[in-house]
Ligand binder design. Structure first.
Ligand code: ADP
Ligand code: MG
Length: 216
């Protein structure tokens, strides 16, 4: 079986400091991966490379068996299929609705279908009914769930989440964990980073352990 995303002989430097060194990593379709490791071990660097947002100095990335060429057209196409939720996601000024609608509008969805798509995406993070609220009145956990809802509206084949549980209340954490498990069951490849070993036990994903920029 061809894996969804494969990294080979990856080296990523910041200046002359080696931040990530990975000879091979293969992510399969529909699996849930939990990326663990202490602060500074390279988790965010790896997620940014998987999201095709950061190009490593050495090595190749294969998407469905095809080597990624870093030209603009290819990247634009592939970046619609893989979505990264940043650790401190940025919400646009305005309503919850306009934030979640953004992903759908990019894909050309309008009118009733847009409205329904936003409501469905918000329902998945248990936030139905707050679409008119201004994002500046959201709690940290609610903001994280709105950002996740916006990411889901893109219907990514691969969803990458950078420490989504780090700064949220326990109810938001529970909702996010449940959603992550259901997404992988539906065929989405999910990679979630955490520096809390408890999350890994609860979610029962495949663990990818990093230490000092290497697989541990
Ligand atoms: P983690 O997400 O596990 O905390 P990171 O991927 O953020 O780890 O960082 C890995 C290493 O790379 C750390 O030593 C960090 O200091 C360094 N690093 C990360 N981003 C940058 C950057 N933009 N410039 C310089 N060094 C960086
Ligand atoms: Mg990080």
């Amino acid at each position: 079986m061809v894996s969804r995303l494969t990294l080979t002989s990856i080296r990523k430097y910041y200046g002359d400091k080696l931040a990530l060194e990975m000879d091979e990593l293969a992510l399969e379709a529909g699996r849930l991966y939990i990326l663990t490791g202490p602060n500074g071990s390279g988790k965010s660097t790896l997620l940014n490379i998987l999201a095709l947002l950061v190009r490593p100095e050495r090595g190749d990335i294969y998407f469905d068996g095809e080597c990624v060429t870093w030209n603009r057209d290819t990247l634009n196409l592939l970046r619609r299929r893989v979505t990264l939720l940043h650790q401190s996601p940025y919400l646009f000024v305005g309503s919850v609705f306009s934030n979640v609608a953004f992903g759908l509008k990019v894909r050309g969805v309008t009118g009733e279908r847009l409205k329904q798509g936003v409501l469905d995406s918000l329902d998945k993070v248990d936030l139905a009914g707050i679409e008119e609220r201004d994002v500046k009145h959201l709690s940290g956990g609610e903001a994280q769930r709105v950002a996740l809802s916006r990411a889901l509206a893109f219907r990514p084949e691969i969803l990458l989440l950078d420490e989504p549980l780090a700064n949220v209340d326990s109810r938001s954490a529970e909702i996010i964990e449940r959603l992550i498990a259901s997404l992988s069951a539906e065929g989405t490849t999910v990679v979630m980073s955490t520096h809390n070993p408890l999350h890994n036990e609860r979610l029962e994903g495949d663990e990818i352990r990093l230490l000092g920029g290497r697989l541990d």
